[in-house]
Design a protein around this ligand. Structure first.
Ligand code: C2O
Ligand code: CU
Length: 579
């Protein structure tokens, strides 16, 4: 069983335990003895099952189990100690057992809420609020069911719950109080890049574009979605003028995967101000990384990218030989782009397909009719990639894979999620059952470039209640906080940094650090054994732990976020800064 499925199972048994104890208590209160005992016994079983899932999660990593061990386990132990004897030796009249069973129900509900709303890391505030809730609910129940606790017991319950409530709320509201995003004033200087050798102008405007033969309202660069492809050769100096015609939310250009100087990174509020209607901003940088990249707005990026403000950036290492095609995949208002195209390719011609996922979720690509190699991922060449056949690739949100092959005499076809997007003729192949390439074991290894790390950083991804904004929201969190309250992580210039990303949520998070490519070290403790993988976008699935490393060689204030952009918008964004 994967850690991801244990996380899901744990949630299920936690709900069953809470519901079971509450249901048993309600049955007891109304004097239904057999029902109360049956449901109570089921609750006891669910409680034992949660002990098992908690142990399994603790073994997979403390991040997955911390609050379950420290807060939920003592609560359920108390519940079992109080309610258990009533089940084992039930009184003839079950009604007096109701308070004990309901207490167990409150304890399990509190434990469940701690996991669902609070998660990692454990905090004293959450523990105290849980205890306060259980004590208060039990006291009220006691009163309501007519049982007469002694005055001392009643007073003690009131005092304990009030004290816990006040302290817990205080701690929950004040801990880690809003660090905000310190602005990177030191890195705004225009880099000296020399005279531009390639100039482009991108004008953002609302437009009606055609997708699948339908007119769709979009936001477009130069009237098209995707925007114009920017092509350069290593050694070029790019100058891109961004103009905003009428996008009220503002626009910027972020060069996804291109490790430009911080001032050119295009993150509004961090590296520049958003470009408002009527304004412009000029980006200049050296094209010194070859490969497949893309650009997109980073202002209101969830909406902006979805509406169409993105395009392809390809930097060639030298003169182009053979067929070189870019396939940027995007869902525009529910219409999948690109429209299918059929190319004329001579047998024996070298073909390079540059696959780009500009959506917020993973896509599955399959190339039928030829054996191929994955020659680059996220712009970086792989070392000695062996040929693949009848194998699909999964590309995370924001990621790119370059496939290369020599055109056979018979047709080939590339499909995305089962839909043909590029082909050289009709191909009838069912690709849905194909295995998926695991890049961590593909290609030839080289010795690690670093033998030790100067710093280690950890990001624990989860969901939780975020109370610090104007309206409470169920945020996507990093280390228990949501943007803008996640403290920036600080690295020293020149340090080799190990970054650990732990996903304790139930959904995939495609992780993306700006300004640096990260080298994959391991996933779930299993080292990467194939070609070195220098990625800028990688899927961290539920229950996974990725260890990656990077060289802190590009000073500035860098966004570090989930590239499922609705998640980034709902809190899962933090910053990396240089000391
Ligand atoms: Cu492609 Cu911060 O994003
Ligand atoms: Cu995410």
């Amino acid at each position: 069983m994967t850690t991801g499925s244990v996380l899901a199972l744990d949630l299920v048994v936690a709900v069953l335990a809470a519901a079971g104890w509450l249901g048993g208590g309600a049955a007891a209160a109304t004097g239904r003895r057999r029902l109360a005992l049956g449901v109570g016994a089921a609750a006891l079983l669910a409680t034992l099952a949660r002990a098992a899932t908690t142990i399994a999660l603790a073994r997979a990593g403390w991040w997955f189990a911390a609050e379950k061990v420290i807060i939920a386990a003592p609560l359920s132990l108390a519940a079992v100690l109080v309610a258990g004897p009533r089940l084992v030796r039930p009184p003839a009249d079950i009604r007096p057992a109701a308070v004990a069973l309901l207490f167990a129900g409150y304890a399990h509900t509190a434990a469940l809420l701690v996991t669902v709303l609070h998660g990692y890391p454990v905090s004293a505030g959450a523990a105290l609020l849980a205890v306060a809730g259980v004590a208060a609910a039990t006291a009220v129940t006691w009163r309501f069911l007519g049982a007469r606790p002694s005055r001392t017991v009643a007073r003690a319950a009131v005092v304990v719950s009030l004290a816990a409530l006040v302290t817990g709320t205080g701690l929950a509201v004040t801990t880690g109080a809003a660090p905000g995003v310190p602005h990177a004033h030191g890195h705004r200087d225009e880099p000296t890049v020399g005279a531009p050798t390639k100039r482009f102008t991108l004008t953002a405007a609302s437009a009606v574009v055609t997708a699948n033969g339908r007119d769709v309202a979009a936001w477009a660069f130069n009237g098209q979605v995707p925007g114009p492809q920017l092509t350069a050769t290593v050694g070029d100096v790019l100058e891109v003028t961004l103009r905003n015609q009428d996008i009220d939310r503002g626009v910027t250009l972020h060069w996804h995967g291109y490790d430009v100087p911080n001032s050119q990174d295009g993150v509004p509020g961090v590296t520049q101000a958003a470009v408002l209607p009527g304004q412009e901003f000029v980006y200049r940088f050296h094209a010194d990384q070859a490969g497949t990249y893309w650009y997109h707005t980073h202002a209101a990026s969830d909406l902006g990218v979805r509406m169409g403000l993105h395009g392809v950036l390809v930097v060639h290492p030298g003169p182009v030989t053979g067929v070189d095609v870019t396939v940027p995949v995007h869902a525009l208002a529910g219409h999948p782009l690109p429209a299918p195209s059929v190319a004329q390719v001579r047998a024996g011609e070298p073909v390079r397909l540059r696959l780009i996922n500009t959506d917020s979720t993973t896509h599955r690509y399959a190339l039928a009719g030829a054996s191929f190699r994955v020659v680059a991922i996220d712009g970086a060449d792989l070392r000695d990639p062996p040929p693949l056949a009848d194998t699909a690739v999964l590309i995370p949100a924001g990621g790119r894979y370059d496939l290369a092959f020599s055109a056979p005499a018979t047709p080939v076809a590339l499909s995305v999620d089962g839909r043909a997007v590029w082909s050289t003729g009709p191909v009838t192949a069912v690709t849905s059952g194909w295995p998926v390439l695991d890049p961590l074991g593909y290609g030839a290894a080289t010795p690690a470039p670093w033998s030790r790390f100067d710093q280690e950083l950890t990001l624990v991804l989860d969901r939780g209640l975020d109370l610090r904004g104007l309206l409470p929201r169920y945020a996507h969190t990093v280390n228990g906080a949501a943007d803008p309250d996640i403290p920036p992580q600080v690295v020293r210039h020149g340090a080799v940094v190990k970054l650990r990303i732990v996903n304790r949520s139930l959904v995939v998070h495609p992780w993306h650090l700006h300004g640096h490519h990260v080298l994959v070290l391991s996933r779930d403790g299993t080292p990467s054994t194939g070609s070195p993988l220098w990625l800028d976008s990688f899927d961290v699935r539920p229950g996974e732990v990725w260890e990656v490393a990077f060289h802190a060689d590009n000073p500035g204030m860098w966004a570090n976020h989930c590239h499922n952009l609705p998640h980034a918008d709902a809190g899962m964004t933090l910053h990396l800064m240089y000391a």
